[in-house]
Design a protein around this ligand. Structure first.
Ligand code: GLC
Length: 684
């Protein structure tokens, strides 16, 4: 059963596009409403003048509050791209797309806003069968999701405005968690399907500064015999960080260069940023201003804030016309042969606003002679500058012009719809690409996201670090992302910030060989992170070759998951709901219908403990002689229970469920050369 509770006048997000026919719609205008699971209270006093622009609102400041009493054994799943474990219990999350490159476990929000969560009660004394229900808060502004943090048995979801739709889903099924996800996924529409080549290995860096540098990367991959399908162009391919331009000095004859790479099976993938450089000489900016397509301040002037190019303007992606206008610019690159894009800085990231920086500089000037700073003045000074970036007050200072359901034009302040910005930027690209090139499959993924965007693109999980902890985090994020519709996902392999190590990169690859997006990416200033930059390059070749051998399987599981609204990555308890250890397993995942993975995520270990919820077949690739590159793996039947599996960084193992088999192709230098008809099946 699906219940939809509507409070006030919610903003239409188009996150849900297919409500079930038998949905139970309840229009609630009164406060203290009891819902199917939990209750809602509305604070009338705060409805009028609450200031939604402050993400650090106290719980008591919220106008809308949903409460549910958690049982001691309840687990919470979902929430997409968040920090911490697969089970979200015990922490407070904020749904607020954030440009924050420090993904430490104290962080309450990352780049995505994914307001879907499941409360799961395992079988116990009072309930012989497991129970679950899910909540989806269809709301585009700040939402605070307290999963038993303030009080251990209280799940409290609060919003600064009481204009919200809540969907509650319950299912009666022995695999209740899976059944609930399926229902939700059907409601939000089919996930994005990328082109086949996007399942190949991809190499990126901020930045490869010239065409020759890119050629060199390709040459080195070819020399090392490591398969490759894409090389990324970060912000430096543009003229002064202007979207839809090419620096012809560094990338002469761009269309020819694109063709040259594609002839060798490699797709160049340029970045597109949300902010458009403020520059009267630049046609995109000029046109945006003339047509009134940028976000505006209260007084009607164009909102200006700094990002990579300096002062920039922000397309009003929530406005249909502006969305179509910006999207059509992708043509500039597709005409040159480009067939993949990554959309970035679309939370949107604001280094400073024009108004904010003027104010801070004026204040700094005033205190210029005061060099004797005590604790308060020193930290005050520091914070003034630090708080220039992504400041909530700036997000509340500009507006979108949208049409409401009655077709009337309406102005809405950005902070009320903040989480839709990246979603709508990516939708702008996807709709235009579909309109202009209906027969072409194009790779598209984004940094900021909200549920709904999964229909248009994938995501990558942003600026992680070369930390073992972030390898673990990446594994834990995958199931939650899948629950929220995002199937084409991956993290920056090896880590974006900090210097990676050979061992970390190898172990990361051995996990990421399962993620649909398999891209190695790193920040400016870090050590070389291309696989050929490390000793014994054959180890890298073998692991990446194995990914290619598995692509037919990974792709068909992806297509199945998309078609059937299934998860590609599942927590173990989704498949073994009665198993107490599976419930607590945070470092193994089910992949597709037949595989369990247990990646090594610790440094300096020669293996790991693995929990088998039932007897399975262990598939072990020990070296080129035993499987990785072209041969067959060792297969060992293993009993249910805990086992220690030895595995060096240049080895790979996984498990196939009994009665299942998995196809392996022969390795190929790129997906275009992969022979999906010559398959050998392993397992039985
Ligand atoms: C952001 C992106 C990162 C990119 C960088 C430069 O930090 O998350 O992937 O390399 O910007 O464009």
């Amino acid at each position: 059963m699906v219940y939809k509770y509507t409070f006030g006048k919610p903003f239409e997000t188009e996150s849900v596009i297919d409500e079930p026919a038998e949905i139970n719609r309840i229009n609630c205008q009164q406060q203290d409403q009891n819902l199917a699971f939990g209750n809602v209270s509305i604070n009338q006093n705060l409805l009028q003048n609450c200031n939604s622009s402050i993400p650090s609102l106290e719980l008591s400041d919220f106008a809308f509050k949903y409460n549910y009493r958690l049982g001691d054994d309840d687990l919470i799943f979902g929430l997409g791209e968040t920090t911490r474990g697969i089970n979200k219990r015990g922490f407070l999350f904020k749904s607020w797309c954030s440009d924050d490159p420090s993904h430490t476990e104290d962080k309450t929000s990352l780049y995505g806003a994914h307001n879907f969560l499941i409360v799961y009660t395992p079988a116990g004394k009072t309930n012989p069968n497991p129970k679950a229900f899910a909540l989806f808060f269809d709301y585009p502004g700040l939402l605070q999701i307290d999963c038993g943090y303030t009080s251990k048995n209280a799940l409290t979801v609060s919003a600064p405005s009481a204009d919200i739709n809540i969907y509650i889903i319950e299912e009666n099924h022995s695999f209740v968690l899976n059944a609930i996800c399926k229902t939700f996924r059907k409601m939000i529409g089919k996930s994005y399907l990328p082109p086949f080549w996007a399942f190949g290995y991809q190499q990126s860096r901020w930045s490869y500064y010239t065409a020759d540098e890119v050629r060199n990367v390709l040459k080195n991959y070819q020399k090392a015999g490591i398969p490759l399908d894409a090389i990324y162009l970060d912000i430096d391919y543009m003229q002064g960080y202007r979207d839809f331009t090419i620096d012809e000095k560094k990338f002469p004859n761009f269309a020819y260069f694109v063709q040259e790479l594609k002839d060798q099976g490699v797709h160049p993938v340029p970045i597109i940023d949300a902010g458009v450089k403020a520059d009267p000489e630049y046609s995109v900016d000029r046109e945006g201003i003339e047509k009134g397509y940028f976000c505006k301040k209260e007084d009607g002037s164009v909102f200006t804030a700094g990002v990579w190019p300096g002062k920039s303007h922000f397309p009003d992606f929530l406005n249909d016309e502006a969305r179509a206008w910006f999207g059509d610019y992708y043509n500039f690159l597709t005409k040159k042969g480009i067939d993949g894009f990554w959309n970035d800085m679309n939370e949107p990231a604001l280094f400073y606003s024009e108004d904010g920086i003027k104010k801070v500089f004026a204040e700094l000037k005033e205190s210029l002679d005061d060099t004797n700073l005590d604790i308060n003045s020193f930290f005050g000074l520091r914070d003034k500058v630090a708080r220039l970036a992504n400041n909530p007050k700036d997000y509340a200072s500009f507006y979108h012009t949208v049409k409401n359901a009655a077709g009337e034009t309406q102005k809405i302040s950005h902070d009320k719809v903040h989480n839709m910005y990246g979603y709508m930027m990516t939708r702008s690209a996807a709709e235009a690409l579909q309109r202009n090139l209906p027969d072409k499959e194009i790779l598209l993924f984004s940094r900021a996201s909200m549920i709904g965007m999964h229909r248009y693109s994938g995501i990558w999980t942003g600026d992680n670090c070369a930390w073992w902890e972030h390898l673990r985090l990446s594994l834990r994020q995958m199931p939650g992302l899948n629950m929220c519709g995002f199937l084409y996902c991956g993290s920056d392999i090896g880590g974006f910030g900090c210097n990676t190590s050979r061992e970390l990169l190898l172990r990361w690859l051995a996990f990421a060989m399962w993620t649909p997006l398999m891209r190695n990416h790193t920040a400016a200033g870090t050590r070389a992170q291309e696989c050929y930059a490390f000793e014994q390059v054959e180890d890298f070749r073998q692991i990446i070759s194995l990914r290619y051998r598995l692509i037919p399987h990974i792709y068909s599981e992806f297509v199945y998951a998309r078609q059937e609204n299934e998860l590609l990555f599942k927590p173990l308890c989704f498949e073994y709901p009665e198993d107490k250890i599976a419930l607590q397993t945070e470092d193994q995942l089910m992949f597709g219908r037949s595989i369990m993975i247990a990646p090594v995520v610790e440094p300096n270990v020669r293996g790991r403990f693995v929990y088998l919820p039932e007897a399975m077949q262990m598939v072990f690739f020990s070296s080129s002689a035993c499987g990785l590159e072209s041969g067959l793996p060792q297969i060992t039947e293993m009993e249910k229970g805990v086992h220690f599996v030895e595995c060096e960084p240049n080895q790979v193992f996984f498990f196939i469920k009994k009665g299942h088999s998995v196809p392996l192709a022969m390795p190929a230098p790129c997906t275009a050369k992969l022979n999906c008809n010559d398959l050998t099946y392993i397992g039985k």
